[in-house]
Design a protein around this ligand. Structure first.
Ligand SMILES: *[C@@H]1O[C@H](CO)[C@@H](O)[C@H](O)[C@H]1NC(C)=O
Ligand SMILES: *[C@@H]1O[C@H](CO)[C@@H](O)[C@H](O)[C@H]1NC(C)=O
Length: 389
């Protein structure tokens, strides 16, 4: 029974989609919209190509070819050394790389590679959600707009797919060198089909303790770095970090801990690394609170901070979407410019990065229509504001 119902709703979704995409209509000269099976096929191809940060060469080449075949002008921006073969892919219509709206996501994934597997109404595999679901839906949405003649043959929309989002944002940093600017940029990351109001900031905290090695039978002759670190971490956990109404609590995760060489040796060295998800702009104040809390608990522990950025607000002035605040970081602050920023995508961050990453087919399909609306509205807004001038 359950299976039957699922199949039925799937059929219905497919039917609604084919109607929405006008796939029965004659195709325009400028592009043929992607049908539902094409969308699934594209998503499958993207997921099947392993593209852990640092080795996105093949998926970049795939997209280059795919978009070129569909009539886009494609510019591949090399990232890193030639032999690595990594590239950002910028695709646009006609001969104008300068467009009013940019639609972007990332093509790298976290480790480890997990193969594509379709089971009923769900698709499993690394990147199905983060962020190849967004990439496939974004391309399908632009194709839909093209086939309906709802975007100009040039100058309205470009697609940009970057490398390295999961590992420092090098791809998006490099995209600043393209020398382009936009009225609005639509970023694709898993938001459970909601339009983001913003996301938390982030900061890395490293605690290091130096001790003095010795025989474990004579602890009084050495200094145990692990003991020092553990006390410092207890202090860190008890720190009261600033919060805000909009972004909630600042939270902290100790993700790595290292130290010692053998159970019968007094450890001379220990360290821990934590990520703080900042809910306020008070970055320096947060650092000071953390430093004080650790020092009070364990004065010999050294505290260092890497990066440190307050929360990012995004635009949500488009009707018809539920909105959400997200607790993860994105490439959004890495792309400089005076553009509007929208953040939207299919799938849940709760399964992204996990060994059970998966996406509902219906979410992938729904995202196409939503991206279409976001792109249209962003173009519309720009037009009406230039009319006011
Ligand atoms: C964009 O187009 C301009 C004008 O044709 C060209 O000079 C520039 O190199 C292009 N940039 C990219 C990144 O394609
Ligand atoms: C923030 O933390 C407090 C306790 O520290 C908790 O009661 C509250 O539910 C948390 N708020 C959110 C939004 O998680």
């Amino acid at each position: 029974m359950k299976t039957l119902r699922l199949t039925h709703s799937l059929l219905y979704a497919g039917l609604a989609l084919s109607r929405a995409w006008n796939i029965q209509q004659p195709l325009s000269d400028h592009g043929a919209s992607l049908g539902s099976s094409d969308l699934l096929e594209l998503h499958k191809s993207l997921v099947e190509i392993p593209s852990i940060s640092g080795s996105e060469g093949e998926v970049g080449r795939f997209l280059h070819k795919y978009l070129k075949q569909r009539g886009y002008t494609v510019y591949a921006q090399p990232i890193g050394t030639y032999s690595e073969g990594r590239q950002n892919i910028l695709a646009y219509l006609g001969d104008s790389n300068q467009t009013r709206v940019l639609v972007t996501s990332h093509i790298d994934t976290v480790p480890s590679f997990l193969p594509y597997e379709r089971r009923g109404s769900k698709i499993w595999g690394r990147g199905t959600v983060d962020a190849k679901g967004s990439v496939a839906a974004q391309i399908a949405a632009v194709e839909l707009l093209r086939s309906a003649n709802e975007i100009a043959e040039k100058g309205d929309v470009a697609l940009l797919f970057v490398v390295g989002e999961e590992n420092g944002g090098g791809g998006m940093h490099a995209a600043n060198e393209l020398g382009l600017a936009w009225e609005a940029v639509i970023f694709g990351e898993p938001t459970e089909l909601k339009l983001a109001r913003g996301h938390k900031g982030g900061m890395v905290v490293v605690l290091t303790a130096e001790g003095k090695a010795g025989h474990s039978g004579y602890p009084e002759l050495g200094t145990n770095a692990i003991d020092l670190l553990v006390c410092g971490l207890a202090g860190l956990q008890s720190a009261e970090l600033p919060w805000s109404e909009e972004f909630g609590n600042t939270t902290l995760n100790v993700g790595v801990i290292q130290g010692g060489v053998a159970a019968n040796v007094i450890p001379a060295q220990a360290s821990a690394t934590a990520v703080v998800r900042l809910a306020t702009d008070r970055v320096d104040e947060t650092k000071a609170i953390i430093e004080r809390a650790v020092q009070r608990a364990s004065p010999e522990v050294r505290v260092e901070f890497r990066s440190g950025r307050g929360p990012v607000s995004t635009d949500y002035d488009i009707q018809g979407f539920d909105t959400v605040i997200l607790n993860y970081g994105t490439d959004i602050p890495n792309l400089k410019g005076d553009h509007k920023r929208y953040l939207y995508g299919p799938g849940s961050i709760h399964v992204a990065h996990s060994n059970h990453e998966h996406l509902d087919v219906s979410d992938l399909e729904a995202a196409v229509e939503s991206y279409r609306i976001l792109i249209s509205e962003a173009l519309q807004m720009g037009r009406s504001s230039s009319l006011e001038l």
